[in-house]
Design a protein around this ligand. Structure first.
Ligand SMILES: CC(C)(COP(=O)(O)OP(=O)(O)OC[C@H]1O[C@@H](n2cnc3c(N)ncnc32)[C@H](O)[C@@H]1OP(=O)(O)O)[C@@H](O)C(=O)NCCC(=O)NCCS
Length: 167
């Protein structure tokens, strides 16, 4: 497995992994109709912007296929004085999960945020997402909760925070 910084050419594969991972991760949590209607083509432009604005790191398997990605930057709401950075997204294909790759991508984002001068980080996750255990395992503390509507369904969210990058 290799982790490298994405180039603009990777936007199409990042969008594909994003949609595939959403479908397997959120089945039974987010309404099926919403998941079925997700379109990698429509997401591609967003990822092109993400690559240019914040940088995206991708994980490639032995054959050079992109199996996961992560990205982060400045905390988006400005609501949390104790948290200046944010992990915006971290997604692996189902087949690439549980092999230590998530931890590696997480550490790469922490390094990247440190280099950009951030001292802390938070991430929002759906409360029913098993990834909450991953964040707790990596030292994240539950710092807030919220509600979000996706596909007409109200869902609970949890924010996990790391101060001083105590991961
Ligand atoms: C969440 C995710 C990034 C974690 O990456 P991963 O490669 O599967 O996790 P790792 O193998 O690096 O695990 C790191 C540690 O967290 C633990 N962990 C990971 N997922 C876990 C889970 N669902 N429940 C309990 N512990 C978990 C592992 O046991 C491991 O602990 P260890 O070091 O003591 O063995 C990955 O599973 C994923 O992409 N899931 C689907 C998308 C998603 O939910 N993204 C987050 C959106 S907020």
């Amino acid at each position: 497995m290799l982790i490298r910084k994405a180039t603009e050419k990777d936007a199409v594969d990042i969008a594909r992994v994003h949609v595939e991972s959403w479908r397997t991760t959120y089945k039974g949590i987010v309404p099926d109709l919403y998941l079925n209607n997700l379109s990698a083509e429509e997401r591609e432009q967003n990822w092109l912007n993400g690559i240019k604005e914040n940088g995206v790191y991708i994980a490639e398997d032995e054959s050079g296929e992109i199996v996961g990605f992560a990205t982060g930057g400045k905390e988006r709401t400005g609501k949390y004085q104790a948290y200046d950075g944010e992990l915006y997204a971290i997604y692996l294909l189902k087949t690439a999960q549980g092999k230590g790759l998530g931890r590696k991508l997480f550490e790469v984002i922490v390094d990247d945020l440190k280099k950009k001068g951030f001292n802390s980080m938070l991430i929002w996750a759906l409360a029913d997402n098993p990834a909450c255990h991953f964040y707790e395992k990596l030292g994240g503390k539950r710092i807030d909760t919220a509600e979000i509507e996706i596909g007409g369904k109200r869902l609970g969210e949890v924010a996990f925070g790391w101060q001083g990058f105590d991961v």
